[in-house]
Design a protein. Structure first.
Length: 297
């Protein structure tokens, strides 16, 4: 069970990301740089008294998730793009996670469908249910709208300093054996597509997470790992957040080395297998005796 203080902190950080998400709707327009969107989101979170729980994701079209633009990214939003903005913030490690998709002249029906699927998933939340029932509600809604849920992307539990804690919430009908309890905090996160219904890792990764200390030969590498551990703890961070630490090439090589020795986990960009467009919607909810409280409305 959550204490009154923990519950209020979840509500406070949820209000912050909801305000940022709604502001983003007016920011995303043709000609705007992805980097400007991500940095503006992260700065707004800080100005409102929280910290980013992970780098802002700005993923276009067939890219489903994990695209947080690097420091030298010059790509811009174009007319016809389907733009997913995934936002997370924390206060003292208590996390709120939300996402919105903006359709710029195309795929409006998919955006409406993923928002309906999210609402159906929220309606299914109550203590004692297998989380697969949430997945069934999402899948039924998606298929009724003529789209496929992405089977290998899921919602997730949240706990202090842990973005993916314990519970995994499918976006399809499954008997998982995982049952909800009062006080669980979960992020419901349907992804819909007009493609194959699966995502695959792309080669690139611009988001990482500290896993453990590992022996490395170079002093510069050890110092960077210590900086990451001290600054971000167990939460994901962006390559660009470290861009002032060393040159671009040196940073890329150092991060690759730390991944190779098992010190860091890379979040590879996720692309739809059939190159279909992808829409995403997300809310954070707290399970209550009678259903749930949505903290990110």
């Amino acid at each position: 069970m959550l204490s009154d203080e923990e519950l209020q902190t979840y509500r406070n950080v949820g209000k912050i990301v909801a305000e940022v998400r709604e502001h983003v709707r007016s920011m995303v327009k043709p000609g705007v740089a992805l980097l400007n969107i991500a940095e503006a989101v992260e700065e707004m979170i800080k100005q409102k008294g929280a910290k980013p729980a992970f780098p802002c994701n700005v993923s276009l079209n067939e890219v489903a998730a994990h695209y947080s633009p690097p420091a030298d990214d010059d790509s811009q939003v174009k007319e016809g793009d389907l733009v997913k903005v995934d936002i997370g913030a924390h206060i003292d490690g208590y996390i709120a996670d939300t996402a919105v998709t903006i359709a710029l002249g195309a795929k409006v029906e998919m955006v409406q469908a993923v928002e309906r699927a999210l609402e159906e998933g929220i309606k299914a939340v109550k203590p004692g249910i297998d989380v697969g029932e949430i997945g069934k509600a999402i899948e039924d809604s998606a298929k009724a709208s003529g789209f496929k849920p992405i089977r290998n992307l899921t919602g997730h539990g949240l706990s202090q300093w842990n973005l993916h804690a314990g519970i995994t919430v499918p976006n399809v009908d499954e008997n998982t054996g995982q049952k909800l309890e009062v006080g669980n905090v979960i992020a419901l996160e349907p992804f819909l597509t007009d493609g194959a219904g699966f995502v695959e890792d792309a080669p690139q990764a611009y988001i990482f997470r500290y896993l453990r200390d590992r022996p490395v030969r170079m002093r510069m590498t050890r110092e960077l790992l210590n900086t990451i551990k001290r600054s971000y703890s167990s939460l994901p961070f962006a390559e660009r957040w470290l861009a002032k630490q060393m040159s671009k090439l040196r940073l890329e090589l150092t991060l690759r080395e730390l991944v190779g020795v098992g010190a860091l986990h890379p979040y590879h960009i996720l692309k739809e297998r059939g190159d279909g467009f992808v829409a995403q919607a997300e809310h954070t909810v707290i399970v209550t005796e009678n259903g749930c409280e949505v903290t990110t409305r």
